[in-house]
Design a protein around this ligand. Sequence first.
Ligand SMILES: N[C@@H](CCC(=O)N[C@@H](CS)C(=O)NCC(=O)O)C(=O)O
Length: 235
Amino acid sequence: MSSLTLVSHHLCPYVQRAAIALREKGVVFERVAIDLAAKPDWFKAISPLGKVPLLRVERPGGGEAVLFESAVICEYIEETQPGPALHPSDPIERAEHRAWIEFASSVLADIYAIYTTPDAALFESKRQALTQKFARLEDILGAGPFFAGSRFSLVDAAFGPAFRYFDVFDTIADLGILTGKSKVAAWRRALADRPSVRSAVAPDYPERLRRFLDAQDSHLRGVRPAGSDTVPQAT
Ligand SMILES: N[C@@H](CCC(=O)N[C@@H](CS)C(=O)NCC(=O)O)C(=O)O
């Protein structure tokens, strides 16, 4: 049995960060998916915030630790596992990377609102917020292919799952969020090609997400189909 178990959910982008970091390090781990709509009692007992991901770690002397919060889990993986460094060695750059991982979390929060809110005005404000956030990324990205150049980092692990949403959104409508951002587009492609990012979800992820989106009473469900020449407008 592996000494690391990732407690997960099929669609959770925060779980994907940990799975990507583990794969980048070449670590063998177990993955247990739970249903967040019917949380098992064992999960409720060990998850202080009732959220995934959790990383269950066997302690060398016996017993286990349960780590929660994706940023903390990724830092633990970085500090303890062999394999390529996923943080820069320079303290300032490392702090900057941590800040951009936090930025990625705010992007995920906006994305969540985009696909769940029934409110057209909130949808539009989140669409604009995301457009501005990706414009800021476009300004700071370098030659790529990854966030900090040729080396894959935890910032890439944080944004891979965010871009994955757009693969499904693009089949619904062009939201205009990533339009005209060539460096962001190249980064998105590099992350989509990265084996760790690809394997962080099951092959049926797009259908699962699409089913989830179709079940939401959201403004997104009613927007114009892909190929339309206008973006959805708040009414
Ligand atoms: N800040 C947390 C966020 C994790 C989170 O929001 N997980 C969601 C699923 S993606 C969750 O478990 N939500 C609990 C629920 O749906 O009841 C982290 O970075 O790990």
